[in-house]
Design a protein around this ligand. Structure first.
Ligand code: PLP
Length: 433
């Protein structure tokens, strides 16, 4: 079997991507060309060339996104949906064109299913407060997993406090793999909502969301998939997945901060009450009665982040042009190489050794606090993340307070991983003298 075919298959398993690809026909990413698109990568930090390994927290932006933002701010800025003048029309067209780009990017059935939010966090809160408040009663249950980001825990805790529903948690094993047998046990006729991360930000685990969605639907529950860490790393097709809700953030997929997406199936969104009131989400207002706008505007109260949406449209265009499949293959090579190197280090412990992983390496070095690792690496020009990664239950699972995390994007190289490991030698020298 040809080597490239193997890699492509791995990438598809990696993201549970249901879409077929031209097997073996993928050309590799031209990483040097990709790097040229990202101006922020070409700088010295502490007199060293920057090695940016923190895309999991926030990715850098290509020129194409910066240019789209620049163009909007310089020429087209105005409010959307409410002006008859030219600038307002241009802003509205660009804003709505971005919605169409997102719809096509995730293969949603209609633009009505694409709601712009401030990010993943707001999208999950929207579902919890709108769908959850309207549909949950005190005997009902919400099922999440032990590897969720706080953004996919706390909104459900709030909802459970408000409704009296019970929050149940599916554990993962020590390799970072979700315990599917426990999920099956915990999924009952009382489960109304299953909320699961597609890719864990603290472990890199790619969860079998397709299978989880089928199981949840068989049990009569709706499923929200937190795609914040999945969307940047490979193809996502919400229609093929058959998920009810899918959420992600612009700033992790090479777009701006303050913008994100809630995908929801049209019939569900249609039946859900608005969660915030104000301008743009109404059709008519009187003191006796207010009627609400059509989808998706019913969920977009007030002036939106217009520039953010336009930047996100440019970002998904950029990712689509690179090819999510090719990004997945490239990042898979990076994570494989980094894991191989980490496994060879006797004093390094990796958190998350699932067979299916996206571009995240979480680790500690014996006897050295992750914050110290992060600080010394920064002196060497290497940017990584340290801390609990907003996933405290994952830290609790392993009995640590923090880990160091290197996360990869399409602009990272094998050479940069070598720089990371060389810089780690400096950390050892400093702290083990
Ligand atoms: N979910 C996951 C898996 C994440 O990694 C993050 C951010 O790190 C979030 C949710 C929250 O995203 P945001 O802060 O952009 O709303």
């Amino acid at each position: 079997m040809c080597q490239r075919f193997v890699v492509v298959r791995i990438a598809h398993q990696l993201m549970n991507a249901p879409r077929a690809s031209a097997q073996g026909a993928l050309s590799p990413l031209d990483v040097e060309a990709v790097r040229r698109d990202f101006p922020a990568l070409h700088q010295q930090v502490n007199d060293r060339p920057l090695v940016y390994l923190d895309s999991g927290a926030s990715s850098q932006k290509p020129e194409q996104v910066i240019e789209a933002l620049n163009n909007y701010e310089r020429h087209d800025h105005s409010n959307v949906h409410r002006g008859v003048h030219t600038l307002s029309q241009r802003a509205t067209e660009a804003y709505e064109a971005s919605r169409t780009k997102v719809q096509q990017f995730i293969n949603a059935g209609s633009v009505k299913e694409v709601v712009f939010t401030r990010g993943t966090t707001e999208a999950i809160n929207l579902v919890a407060q709108s769908y959850g408040r309207a549909n949950l009663r005190s005997d009902d249950e919400v099922l999440i997993t032990e590897m969720e980001h706080h953004a996919n825990i706390v909104p459900w805790q709030l909802l459970c406090e408000q409704t009296g529903a019970k929050l149940k948690v599916v554990p993962f094993d020590d390799t970072g793999v979700l315990e599917m047998s426990r999920l099956k046990d915990q999924l009952t006729e009382k489960t109304r909502i299953v909320a699961v991360t597609h890719v864990s930000n603290a472990l890199g685990t790619v969860n079998p969301v397709g299978q989880i969605i089928q199981l949840a639907h068989d049990a009569g529950a709706v499923v929200l998939v937190d795609g914040a860490q999945a969307i940047p790393h490979g193809p996502v097709d919400v229609t093929a997945l058959e998920c009810d809700f899918y959420t992600f953030s612009g700033h992790k997929v090479y777009g701006p901060t303050g913008i994100g997406v809630l995908y929801g199936r049209e019939f569900l969104l249609e039946a859900m009450p608005p969660w915030q009131g104000g301008g743009d989400m109404i059709k008519t207002v009187s003191f006796d009665e207010t009627t609400y706008n059509d989808l998706p505007y019913k969920f977009e109260a007030g002036t939106p982040h217009i520039a953010g949406a336009i930047g996100l449209g440019a970002a998904v265009d950029y990712v689509a042009a690179l090819g999510p499949d090719r990004i997945a293959v490239h990042e898979h090579q990076l994570i494989n190489y980094a894991t191989e190197r980490a496994n060879a280090e006797k004093d390094m412990q990796i958190f998350g050794q699932a067979p299916d992983k996206a571009g995240i390496l979480s680790f500690v070095l014996d006897g050295i606090h992750p914050h110290d690792i992060g600080t010394i690496l920064d002196h060497e020009g290497v940017a990584i993340r340290t801390g609990h990664h907003c996933a405290m239950p994952v830290m609790t699972h392993y009995g640590v307070s923090a880990t160091a995390r290197a996360s990869f994007g399409p602009y990272n190289t094998i050479d940069e991983i070598d720089v990371l490991f060389r810089a780690m030698e400096k950390v050892r020298e400093m702290f083990r003298q």
